[in-house]
Design a protein around this ligand. Structure first.
Ligand SMILES: [Zn+2]
Length: 202
C-alpha cells in the first residue's frame, strides 16, 4: 500500500533501507514520528545531520571520534607498546568496558571475506603497518589480535599473524572461550577479561 503523502512515502522508503528495518517496521516508525511533537522530530533530524558533520575516524587508530587523534590515542597514561587489533569501533567499547586493557587499539573496519569480496586492501592494514614502522615514536612490542570468533575473524587472525610476526616481538590472540560464530560484542565482560588475560602467542 502506498500512502497519499509523498513525504511520508519518501521517509518510509529511506527508513526501510536501514539494517534490520523492513517496510513494515519503517511504516510503523514513520507513523510514530508523525505523532510526535515537532521538537522531538526536529531534534532527531538534527542528530542525524550532526553525525556526519562531527563524527570522524581517528587518523591513528581508525576508531570513531570527534577529535583527531581520539581520546584513547591522546591519553599519555595508555601503554603505547601494545596494540589490540579489532574489527569494528564497537569492539573497542566492549574491550574498554572490561577495564582489562590499557594499551592502544587499531580498528580494521571489518574482516577478510573472499565471499563478500573483502580483501586486505579493503581493511586498515596498511595503516597498521605504518604504525609499526621503526621511525614512528615508541616501538610496539605486542599486537593482540581480537577478531570475532567466526570464519572471517579466523582468516583475518591468521593473515595478520603471518604478516606481523616478522615485525613485532610478540603477536598474540585472545583466548578462545567466546562462543564460536558470534560477535565479540556478545561476550560478557568476565569472559572477555579472561580471553584477554589468557591470550596466547602465535
Ligand atoms: Zn585513535
Amino acid at each position: 500500500m502506498l500512502y497519499t503523502s509523498p513525504a511520508l512515502e519518501t521517509l518510509i522508503e529511506r527508513l526501510s533501507g536501514l539494517p534490520t528495518i523492513g517496510r513494515k517496521t519503517a511504516q510503523r516508525l514513520a507513523l510514530f514520528l508523525l505523532k510526535q511533537p515537532n521538537e522531538y522530530v526536529q531534534g532527531l533530524a538534527m542528530s542525524i545531520g550532526e553525525l556526519k558533520q562531527r563524527v570522524r575516524t581517528c587518523s591513528v587508530c581508525a576508531n570513531i571520534t570527534e577529535d583527531d587523534p581520539c581520546p584513547i590515542c591522546r591519553n599519555s597514561k595508555r601503554d603505547r607498546s601494545i596494540i589490540c587489533v579489532v574489527e569494528e569501533p564497537n569492539d573497542v567499547l566492549v574491550i574498554e568496558r572490561t577495564n582489562e586493557f590499557k594499551g592502544l587499539y587499531h580498528v580494521l573496519g571489518g574482516s577478510l571475506s573472499p565471499l563478500e569480496g573483502i580483501g586486505p586492501e579493503d581493511l586498515k592494514i596498511r595503516e597498521l603497518l605504518m604504525r609499526l614502522s621503526p621511525d614512528t615514536g615508541e616501538p610496539v612490542k605486542e599486537i593482540i589480535l581480537a577478531m570475532d570468533p567466526n570464519v572471517e575473524g579466523e582468516a583475518t587472525t591468521l593473515y595478520l599473524a603471518k604478516l606481523l610476526r616478522p615485525i613485532v616481538d610478540r603477536v598474540s590472540r585472545i583466548a578462545r572461550g567466546i562462543p564460536i560464530g558470534s560477535d565479540l560484542e556478545y561476550a560478557d565482560d568476565a569472559t572477555l577479561s579472561r580471553a584477554l588475560e589468557g591470550r596466547t602467542t602465535m
